[in-house]
Design a protein around this ligand. Structure first.
Ligand code: NOJ
Length: 561
């Protein structure tokens, strides 16, 4: 009894003196929600977010300097795409050392400083963990390649050639060409799902698993709150190396189309992820997965029975709907909501053209950007924003092959122009280079920087940024939006997407006019409803009693009274 009293006293002392530790430990709220279920995540590309030393490439000190901006915007956690030492063949997704920072981004001391500043601003750090492959310059691969008898040989996937020195099978790399590269010195091929400079790790080797798990422990101790796991679908390969079935047609790189039957989503993937989750749970951390699921059953597998696998398998379904299509959105949300896991919503990222371009119609892009923000930020689930989305940043695609930086675009030009367009520098002001750097940035900013930037939009109450701020503030302060059930309304309406979020007897109505003509929908609201109190609306959207008027692409979010 007395011992318990001492423990309780000690815990409350720790809680008083060290509030952040206490917040980390007591992350589950009264209803069992974990911290990541109430958080807004924000993906940022470190090369492009903020450049503190004006060399044209972003860095960690730049991110640190913007922590206050992120906090005030309503961001609770940032996912930083890889910032480890890397030859940068795939802009960091080719990691040469998992336990350090690339000098172009700073030092480990800068990282610690960033974590500390994040704690002050309540912004957690999520690192991108590239677990399928390393760089061919990683010391493990250099050792593996050095001889067939190297202790590291079995850390990667090596095979003898087929007769005639041919690759072991017909597997095609995601970035074009065979997925096998011949090493003349040792007379074998190694496997690379992505570029040849990104050899696949052999996850059947327990030494690989141990080393990779230890890396996560190392970063947890340094203060990270979780990982976004890269390319998890491709961790394992068929042990018999069977040829993938060939399908009609060719890829954008001119290779035969094949079904990735024997080198994607093999069962071993789930065991690894569940083991990684056990380590994450010891640190109250979250695992986000780059999970390219075809349907909700595949998504369910990534949550794992009893949710013991990934807390946040990214559901990319919205990124595949490139138009404002209420019926399709309803279908997708219903599926995600029924998955048994907590939904994770994403509308763009560093591999996909920006949502501003994908949904935009060229005439109402800002209105559409606001509408999409109001939409996915008011759904039941955790949103992952992409930097610049909040200011309506657009793609700035290269116009000439010689300007392309992304190797995918250089190989695939002109069918595949690469991903540079969605990775351009954050637009902080209307100054040269969007105020990102006084030096010419590694990628150019678009002309729209003059109007679409943080400084200019902060002064305009009708800007995309100010609307995002409003919706994000509402989301954080509304238990109904954080925890409430989702009920679709007017499911036959082809123009207005609408739903109720309901929690403890209170409801919030979200009405989004996805058409370019004004709409006056009527809703079946809870019986006693007589009034709608506006919480956030775009100009011209209003209500009288329970009747709503929505101008073209208008947004109306209201408390049902
Ligand atoms: C997925 C990442 O998002 C992408 O940018 C990268 O090229 C591949 N994985 C390979 O790591």
């Amino acid at each position: 009894m007395r011992k318990n009293l001492y423990v309780a006293l000690l815990l409350s002392l720790v809680a008083i003196t060290c509030p952040f530790i206490s917040a980390q430990k007591n992350s589950v709220d009264a209803e069992g929600h974990e911290w990541w279920q109430h958080a807004v995540f924000y993906e940022l590309y470190p090369r492009s977010f903020a450049d503190s030393n004006n060399d044209g490439v972003g860095d960690l000190n730049g991110i640190t300097s913007k922590m206050k901006y992120l906090h005030e915007l309503g961001v609770d956690a940032i996912w930083i795409t890889p910032c480890y030492p890397s030859p940068q063949v795939d802009f960091g997704y080719d990691v040469a050392d998992y336990e350090n920072i690339d000098p172009m981004y700073g030092t480990l001391a800068d990282f610690d400083h960033m974590v500390a500043e994040g704690k002050k601003q309540n912004v957690r750090i999520i690192l991108d963990y590239v677990i399928n492959h390393t760089s061919d310059q990683h010391k493990w691969f250099l050792a593996s390649k050095s001889s067939k008898t190297s202790a590291y040989r079995n850390w990667y996937v090596w095979h003898d050639p087929k007769p005639g020195n041919q690759p072991p099978n017909n597997w095609i790399s995601e970035f074009g060409g065979s997925a096998w590269k011949f090493d003349p010195a040792t007379g074998q091929y190694y496997y690379h799902y992505f570029y040849a400079e990104q050899p696949d790790l052999n996850w059947n080797n327990p030494a690989v698993e141990k080393a990779m798990f230890d890396v996560t422990r190392w970063w947890y101790k340094r203060g990270v709150s979780g990982f976004r796991l890269d390319a998890v679908d491709t961790l394992f390969e068929d042990p018999d190396l069977r040829d993938n079935p060939v399908q009609p047609g060719t890829t954008k790189f001119g290779d035969p189309n094949t079904e990735h039957k024997y080198n994607q989503k093999l069962p071993g993937v789930h065991e690894v992820l569940q083991n990684l989750r056990r380590v994450a749970d010891e640190h109250n951390a979250v695992l986000i997965g780059e999970t390219w699921t075809k349907n909700i059953d595949e998504l369910k597998e990534y949550y794992g029975g009893k949710n013991k696998e990934l807390q946040m398998p990214m559901d990319f379904m919205f990124t595949r709907v490139d138009k404002l299509d209420p019926a399709e959105f309803r279908r997708q949300i219903a599926a995600a909501d029924s998955s048994g896991g907590w939904p994770t919503y994403v509308i763009s990222n560093h591999d996909i053209p920006r949502s501003y371009n994908r949904y935009g119609d060229g005439a109402h892009n800002d209105d559409i950007a606001k509408l999409m923000g109001a939409f996915y930020l008011t759904l039941r689930g955790t949103p992952i924003m992409y930097y610049g989305e909040e200011i309506g940043m657009e793609n700035n695609d290269p116009k000439r092959k010689e300007d392309v930086k992304d190797p995918e675009g250089r190989t695939g030009w002109p069918k595949e122009i690469g991903r540079d367009g969605e990775r351009t520098p954050m637009q902080w002001s209307d100054a040269a280079n969007g105020g990102f750097s006084t030096h010419q940035p590694w990628l150019p900013v678009p002309a729209s920087t003059k109007t679409h930037n943080v400084a200019t939009e902060s002064k305009d109450p009708n800007s995309v940024l100010e609307f995002y701020r409003k919706v994000l503030a509402l989301r954080h302060s509304s238990p109904v939006l954080l925890d409430g059930n989702y009920t679709p309304l007017n499911e036959d309406d082809a123009n207005v997407m609408s739903y109720l979020r309901t929690y403890k007897g209170k409801s919030v109505l979200v009405a989004l006019n996805m058409s370019t003509s004004p709409q006056k929908p009527t809703f079946k609201l809870p019986n006693s409803a007589s009034n709608l109190k506006s919480l956030a609306a775009t100009p011209g959207a209003s209500s009288t009693g329970t009747e709503v008027s929505l101008p073209a692409l208008g947004v109306f979010i209201a408390e049902v009274q």
